[in-house]
Ligand binder design. Structure first.
Ligand code: UTP
Length: 298
């Protein structure tokens, strides 16, 4: 009998309200070269807002107040610093709306920058925030996974964590032709959109994949994941993988996958960024008309 045959109760520790998030942005961004030679991927814009702002907004909507941004030598966290000189100039020019918008950005959350000197993998980046997290449960948000919907994707993950405890991962149905390129989970459904994960495999061949549910960039995790991360050696691709630590946690923790109800764009590649840009543009009547006119011309 596996743990999924009798779902355990949520423990007192798991009932703790999660207020901290880690947003790692120190990867090389090789799928988005050449722009990422100098511009960090997290600062690439969808229209007028960078990916990092969408990620922070996703967190804040879910009740997160404190965020560690794991960055390389280029600063991403400074995007959220207050800019009094700019605000003053905007107000002097009668542009109070823009000035207010600038204040809102710097007031979104308490942001801490942590440096990852070498890109040794997502797991390594998360481990660098161990002291910041300080033995509490936390969320991880990957900003190049854009998830837009009625409710923030992080809030959807936290909702499942509140009801079931354990570690919770956002997943989405992917094409069977793509399963060999993604982290895939499997297990029985406990609700139509929640599965109790009993298998997690990185890039399985199509005929060995337990499902077509792929891991996407939102996680709610307990602090014991750090213990497992600290013991890991470099895995697939010479990197320390977060997935390996979550699999190690599965010996003692229940793990759930939630199929999030969100439009998804992989902004780690130009095509995904283009899709996200069209999505946002279509919400603005003038830009929507531009899309329609352009499509007609095509
Ligand atoms: P990705 O797998 O998307 O890697 O990392 P990447 O380096 O950004 O992009 P490619 O594959 O070379 O095109 C997922 C997230 O983890 C961060 C990335 O910045 C991204 O937000 N990451 C990855 C780190 O912070 N440090 C690492 O060592 C690796």
């Amino acid at each position: 009998m596996s743990w999924v045959d009798s779902i355990p109760m949520v423990t007192e520790k798991e009932k703790a309200v999660i207020t901290k998030a880690i947003i790692p942005v120190a990867g090389l961004g090789t799928r988005f070269l050449p722009v990422t030679r100098t511009v960090p991927k997290a600062l690439l814009p969808v229209l007028d807002k960078p990916l990092i702002q969408y990620a922070v907004e996703d967190a804040v909507e879910a009740g997160i107040t404190d965020i560690a941004i794991i960055e390389d030598s280029r600063s991403v966290g400074s995007y959220f610093h207050s800019m009094p000189d700019l605000e003053e100039k905007l107000r002097e020019g009668g542009r109070d709306d823009s000035a207010d918008q600038m204040v809102e950005i710097s007031d979104l959350a308490r942001i801490t920058s942590i440096k990852q000197i070498e890109p040794l993998g997502l797991g390594h980046a998360i481990l660098l925030a161990r002291n910041f997290i300080d033995d509490e449960p936390f969320v991880v948000i990957l900003p190049d996974e854009i998830l837009w919907g009625e409710f923030s994707a992080t809030a959807q993950v936290l909702d499942v964590r509140d009801r079931y405890g354990g570690n919770v991962i956002a997943v989405t149905e992917t094409s069977w032709d793509d399963v060999h390129t993604k982290g895939i989970v499997g297990g029985p459904n406990v609700e139509p959109t929640v599965i109790a994960i009993d298998q997690m495999v990185e890039k399985p061949p199509r005929d060995e994949a337990p499902s077509n549910l792929a891991i996407i960039g939102r996680y709610a995790l307990g602090p014991d994941v750090f213990e497992h991360l600290s013991k890991l050696r470099q895995g697939a691709g010479g990197e320390i993988q977060l997935t390996d630590a979550i699999v190690d946690c599965m010996e003692h923790n229940n793990t759930y996958g939630v199929i999030v109800d969100s439009a998804r764009y992989d902004a780690g590649v130009p095509e995904g960024m283009f899709g996200a840009t069209l999505h946002q543009a279509a919400t603005n009547p003038a830009m929507r008309q531009m899309i329609v006119d352009f499509a007609a011309e095509l």
